[in-house]
Design a protein around this ligand. Structure first.
Ligand code: MCU
Length: 423
């Protein structure tokens, strides 16, 4: 009798696990590799894409579990050379979550700032997964809601303004970290989304789940969505749309892609990228990383990159190379199906609402935020803007062992190398 009851209990518990699927693609921490040592080395100019699998000290990763700390090195270099520093969660983050909106108040070192976001729930009973939409355009919010996720409407400009000189940046981020912070506004926007997720976590998840967050945005907000997903491992699904120069396209490809927004323009038009990137607008070969490695920072979490090949300015060809290169990281981690790419679209309008993307977008939401169905796992690269990864790499993708880490690299812990160092 007791055995029978026990069996029933086990069966019921088992069913619970089946019935309430958890997204397997998000980490519980914003920066899962915060404890990782960062290697020492010098940067050698490289006109091709640096090998994402080679550590700064020159050793190569051999197991999937090695990726965690290799990713931390890439993150460190991405901050130092490209985007600027993303500070850890400030001392105090408080706020509220309701069925219509989210408020966030952040304070650190005696400074404090607030911002808010709108919430639009789908039909049904919650708690719901949510997609943070950066900016007010270019995201198919009806499709997001129909796939069962809430839309969080986030105005990035409240956290990092546009139209300011680099020496007097404005918005909630800079209120806390100073108007002359070298961090570009893309990473300030990303920091704001991370603080929204902090508030979701504190809310107890009654309206919105904190462990099922996606992010999207188009154009400059596609740049922001890409960076946001790369720098917060709690984000289960990243969906940048037509992000252009400063977003997904490989920096090294842009000078040779006819009509693409030059790096100097992406650096100068707005303080999107970090101040340090100013030294590389004419010399992307000097960067120790490129955006294929930033794609790798998102792996193995869900990623769906959408591009428009009809407008040369948007550098879709270089973006396809980033996707193909980053997909090698996904493949090595055994998560090849978690990345999708689609630039084969008919309407040339920038940030148009496109029927082609509806199904893969919804599938991505259902898989990575809802835990049901399967990922679109599609690469539909338009022949108008098809990059060739083979032209951009000399390295091959390792077969990583599934288990334990290889001997840890010889490293000098933290404090990290001075600018100019790196692998
Ligand atoms: C693709 O994103 C930008 C682009 O980098 C800018 O040069 C252009 O002015 O605006 C695009 C955008 O955000 O359009 C809405």
């Amino acid at each position: 009798m007791i055995v029978k009851r026990l069996l029933i209990l086990i069966a019921v518990l088992g069913l619970c696990f089946v019935a309430v699927p958890r997204p397997a693609f998000a980490a519980p921490a914003e920066d899962d590799g915060a404890d990782c040592p960062i290697g020492q080395g010098t940067v050698t100019a490289n006109s091709r894409l640096p090998d994402p699998f080679t550590r700064i000290d020159g050793t190569r990763v051999t197991s999937r579990s090695d990726w965690r700390c290799r990713r931390a090195e890439i993150k460190d270099q991405a901050e130092r050379y490209v985007y600027g520093e993303k500070p850890a969660r400030p001392t105090s983050v408080t706020g509220t979550v309701s069925r219509t909106g989210i408020t966030v108040t952040v304070s650190e070192g005696g400074r404090s700032a607030s911002f808010s976001a709108g919430v639009d729930l789908p039909s049904g009973t919650g708690p719901f997964p949510a997609v943070v939409v950066l900016g007010g355009f270019g995201a198919d919010t009806a499709a997001i809601k129909a796939a069962g996720a809430a839309v969080i409407s986030y105005d990035p400009l409240a956290v990092g303004r546009e139209g300011t000189p680099r020496t007097s940046k404005q918005g909630a981020f800079y209120t806390l970290y100073g108007a002359s912070s070298g961090t570009g506004i893309l990473l300030a926007w990303a920091w704001g989304v991370s603080r929204i997720i902090d508030v979701l976590e504190q809310s107890g998840g009654t309206v919105l789940r904190a462990d099922a967050t996606g992010v999207t945005g188009c154009s400059r907000y596609g740049k922001g969505a890409f960076v946001t997903g790369a720098f917060d491992q709690r984000i289960a699904l990243t969906m940048p749309v037509e992000s252009g120069s400063g977003g997904t396209p490989i920096f090294r490809g842009i000078p040779g892609e006819s009509g693409a927004q030059p790096l100097s323009s992406a650096y100068g038009e707005q303080p999107w990228l970090g101040d340090a990137f100013g030294s590389y607008t004419g010399n992307p070969a000097g960067l120790p990383i490129d955006t294929h490695s930033v794609v790798g920072m998102i792996a193995p979490r869900g990623l769906f990159i959408m591009d428009n090949p009809h407008i040369a300015w948007l550098a879709a060809r270089s973006s396809s190379v980033a996707a193909l290169g980053g997909a090698e990281v996904y493949r090595a981690l055994g998560a090849g199906d978690a990345i999708s790419y689609w630039s084969d679209v008919s309407d040339g309008t920038h940030c148009a609402n496109r029927s082609e993307w509806r199904a893969p977008l919804q599938q991505s939401i259902q898989r990575f935020l809802g835990g049901t169905g399967s990922a679109p796992a599609v690469f539909r690269i338009s022949s108008r803007a098809a990059g060739n990864l083979a032209e951009w790499r000399t390295w091959q993708t390792p077969t990583l062992t599934a288990g334990t880490s290889s001997p840890s690299p010889s490293v000098t812990p933290s404090a990290s190398p001075s600018p100019g160092a790196g692998g």
